[in-house]
Design a protein around this ligand. Sequence first.
Ligand code: KIV
Length: 288
Amino acid sequence: MTRKKITILTLQEKKRRGEPITMITAYDYPSALAVDRAGIDCILVGDSLAMVVLGYESTVPVTMNEMTYHCQAVRRGAQHAFLIGDMPFLSYQVDRAEAVRNAGRFIKEAGMDAVKLEGGREMAETIRAISRAGIPVVGHIGLTPQSVSKLGGYRVQGRTAAAAQRLLEDAEAVQDAGAVMLVLEMVPDRVAEYISRRLHIPTIGIGAGPGCDGQVLVLHDLLGMFDRFTPRFVKQYANLLEEMERALTAYREDVIQRRFPAAEHSFTIDDAAWAEWMQELDRRGKAE
Ligand code: KIV
């Protein structure tokens, strides 16, 4: 299949035509290759890597340097997908100049096409500053995992009339500040669909129902490579952790039972060279 590089214009056109946008997270070269070959529109190098790749309890500990390193690997694996680097906790909240500089690192050092950051109206000025620097920004509202302590846990957002109205206003503030896309996480389906219709930028849902312009999932949830917990909104398409354990146990057994390596995995030396070496060893043995 010959495919062109996906740009923000491709994604806007998909929204206009009512064609669903596909997005998935990836964190390294092989996962980016697989996602790209599957024809997925966007790769998010999510800060979820803190949990699913680095084993932390939350997304909070991951650093700018770690995110940059993973984005660089994804860049090398992806030819077509639109690439989004997720700004880690405290890389954009402290001061606007620092936010622009860190956003710039994702573009300049890691070859990302856009950055994502969490927050609604309180992040509008930061989104504006980063956009003014020529860097496309993807917003993220609803359940924002970097503020999970403030939100009191991983819970659905926007379930009352007042909370739904706040979400709509946040979505509009993010759009007005110049964001090019918006992630809606753990938002009731009708609220997400209403917001998606009101915005002219594409919305990407995760636990936000089918009415968004696109969908995103965490790769390790979809492939069954993270078994600490599985959110209700995840659809698991494979159980690779089980498959990896099966393969590794088989390898261990093969080594113990001397079934691996077999002849086809080994290299040979020709008979003449072997005989010559044996003679040499013999000669040296006699000389010692
Ligand atoms: O970090 C991440 O993977 C995300 C998605 C859950 C949207 O932000």
